[in-house]
Design a protein around this ligand. Structure first.
Ligand code: SF4
Length: 75
């Protein structure tokens, strides 16, 4: 499935189950590991958008979020 930043209203039950099963949380337990600085994070589209996306999970992703698939950016 192509990475896309979608509204939660466009998410299927499968999308919700997947983010839960992968261990996504809206608030990271680790200060240094946040969706915002994860290699898989997709920056929010549009100036006033708070939520971005993720290459693994469909739906809005909080910059302060986290999941165990967090990956350091290269370089
Ligand atoms: Fe956030 Fe996990 Fe996606 Fe990285 S892989 S952006 S930590 S949800």
């Amino acid at each position: 499935q192509a990475p896309a930043i979608i509204d939660s209203s466009q998410m299927t039950q499968e999308d919700f189950d997947k983010r839960k099963n992968l261990g996504y949380v809206e608030k990271t337990p680790m200060e240094d590991n946040r969706c915002e600085n994860c290699a898989l994070y997709l920056q929010p589209e549009g100036e006033n958008k708070k939520y971005g996306g993720c290459q693994l999970l469909r739906g809005p992703i909080a910059p302060d979020g986290y999941c165990p698939y967090w990956a350091a950016k290269q370089g």
